[in-house]
Design a protein around this ligand. Structure first.
Ligand SMILES: Nc1ncnc2c1ncn2[C@@H]1O[C@H](COP(=O)(O)OP(=O)(O)OP(=O)(O)O)[C@@H](O)[C@H]1O
Ligand SMILES: [Mg+2]
Length: 518
């Protein structure tokens, strides 16, 4: 091969190489660059030939580039490799691996710099996405574990509270209103209520606990809550902007109100010197690749509520922890740090998600996404049966916790009902088949060992399809309660309940024509 031909071939290799290649003189100024180099940095050849390696290096990477180049110039090294950012003609930066080799003259001085530059922007991007995904999965697992723990505690705790509340209700019934011990008992009752409020929030965080689900227009829920809130907090201005044709969602309205109020209070607390609270509803189609969407939620149609404040904002470290139960930055002992963790749990139970954007001093944007409902109305539940041939109704209470069963029975008797008690699924079915003509209502605990509330419910229904069932629980596993409610159960009562609440639920169900939960 003659020299000419060889040069032509090498020229072709240079121009067609998929890597950027640039040759610079001893000052670092380019004398030869190939097409891949020009494409990567969006320069025309003439422009590129007026520049040096330092000119196209990102300011933050210049120092390291200079250090290595000096070592090469001094002869300490003959080549180096550096992962760094180059700046394109339009000012964007591109991640690349630069491999620099020094070509020296006979005296050992730098004659040329040969740079081979590999664009790794795609690799860096993929790596970043993988890390984000891993962090999200880890966050989801952490929340899941806390949820399971919180749920377990809430269940046992509510049964204990039920026992305390029940005994107090019974004691109070025996006391004159002005008896001196009445005050003490009322104090205990207040403490039980506060404890149950705390568990309610924890259960909100845990899975389950979404009981009164209806087709809901979030505009109404938002307007109502905002109105209530705005009237009590004059120092901030509330602006509401509602999407006219907002998609409906399936939601437990009082839980959504709890979420919104918690967030409004947070916003208000973040604006101690006053400010603006902007509330907006929109329809949103969430893309499968949307990076804000947690991995365990579906893509598709969502109704979205944005809550935007002009308050103190949060840094990234705080943002990473705000949904953890008991995480709070508020001092003074008033805050429990349960607001957002309950919100997280509630929205997750609704198969939705919450996103947050914030910067210190720049306010915060919270967005709640709830999946749009399919447009089919639920089937109406069967009407309540009323027996006219006797005065006292008979109620079967199915409850595995002996102490709770006992209290339940005594409360029912105090209310003038005849009570039957079963402490297991098998016992319940036996009692029910024996007395099914007399039994007007079954109060069913949902979590029972061996035979779950759902199975008992179905068996009772197969014995007598119209029998009304009132579900009771301190906590629902995996949305079981909702499932049973959807199968035509007549209502739900949350433990711990007092005698008045029990009476009210029973009347709601046994009074004909009452509307019920689906
Ligand atoms: N709108 C907001 N602006 C700034 N920081 C917020 C905002 N909302 C929440 N935070 C931060 O998130 C933390 C957790 O909020 P969360 O509602 O769970 O608990 P809390 O408000 O501290 O206590 P609690 O709600 O139980 O009274 C807050 O302490 C605060 O640091
Ligand atoms: Mg709060």
């Amino acid at each position: 091969m003659d020299l000419n031909q060889r040069q032509l071939l090498l020229q072709a290799v240079f121009e067609n190489a998929p890597l950027g290649i640039a040759i610079a003189d001893s000052d670092g100024r380019f004398v030869e660059v190939n097409q891949a180099f020009l494409d990567m940095l969006a320069y025309a050849r003439e422009e590129a030939l007026t520049l040096s390696f330092i000119d196209i290096t990102h300011p933050d990477d210049r120092e390291e580039t200079r250090r290595l180049s000096d070592e090469a110039r001094l002869g300490k090294i003959n080549s180096y490799q550096l992962e760094k950012r180059f700046v394109t003609r339009t000012g964007e930066f591109v991640w690349a691996i630069a491999r620099l080799t020094v070509l020296r003259d006979a005296a050992g001085a730098v004659r040329y710099w040969l740079g081979i530059i590999e664009n790794i922007a795609d690799r860096r991007q993929a790596e970043k996405e993988r890390q984000q995904m891993a962090a999200q999965v880890q966050q989801a697992q952490k929340m899941e574990a806390i949820g399971t723990l919180a749920g377990g505690i809430a269940h046992d705790f509510n049964n204990l509270l039920m026992a305390i509340q029940g005994n107090i209700s019974l004691l109070l019934l025996n006391k004159e209103p002005h008896h001196r011990e009445t005050t003490y008992l009322k104090n205990v009752e207040t403490a039980v209520q506060r404890a149950s409020e705390l568990t309610r929030q924890i259960v909100g965080f845990a899975r389950g606990g979404k009981y009164e689900v209806r087709i809901t227009n979030l505009n109404q829920v938002l307007a109502k809550t905002a109105d209530m809130f705005g009237r009590s907090k004059k120092e901030i201005t509330v602006h509401t902007h509602l999407e006219k044709n907002l998609w409906s969602v399936e939601a437990d309205q009082s839980q959504i109100e709890q979420v919104l109020l918690g967030m409004f209070v947070n916003a208000w607390q973040a604006m101690p010197d006053g400010g603006e609270l902007r509330l907006t509803t929109t329809n949103a189609v969430v893309d499968p690749n949307d990076h804000q969407k947690p991995p365990d939620t579906a893509a598709g149609r969502y109704a979205c509520i944005s809550i935007v404040d002009t308050g103190v904002g949060m840094d990234a470290a705080v943002q990473a922890r705000i949904f953890e139960p008991f995480f709070t930055t508020k001092t003074g002992g008033q805050a429990t740090g349960l607001g957002l963790s309950a919100a997280f749990g509630i929205i997750k139970n609704h198969h939705g998600f919450i996103t947050v954007q914030s910067q210190p001093g720049r306010g915060s944007i919270f967005r709640i996404f709830l999946p749009a409902a399919a447009q089919v109305p639920p089937p109406p539940p069967p009407p309540a049966q009323r027996r006219s041939d006797k005065t006292a109704h008979t109620i079967l209470i199915v409850e595995d916790e002996e102490i709770v069963a006992e209290i339940g029975m005594q409360m029912l008797e105090r209310l003038g009902y005849r009570a039957l008690v079963a402490q297991s699924g098998a016992e319940a079915l036996a009692l029910f088949s024996q007395h099914q003509d007399e039994i007007d209502l079954v109060i069913l605990d949902m979590i029972m060992p061996s035979m779950g509330g759902g199975v008992i419910f179905d068996r009772l229904r197969s014995l007598k399809p119209e029998i009304p069932v009132l579900l009771s629980s301190g906590y629902s596993l995996n949305g079981q309660a909702l499932d049973i409610l959807k199968r035509g159960c007549r209502g739900f009562i949350q433990k711990p309940f007092n005698i008045e609440q029990l009476q009210q639920k029973i009347l709601e169900i046994l009074t004909p024509g009452n509307s019920v939960i689906r």
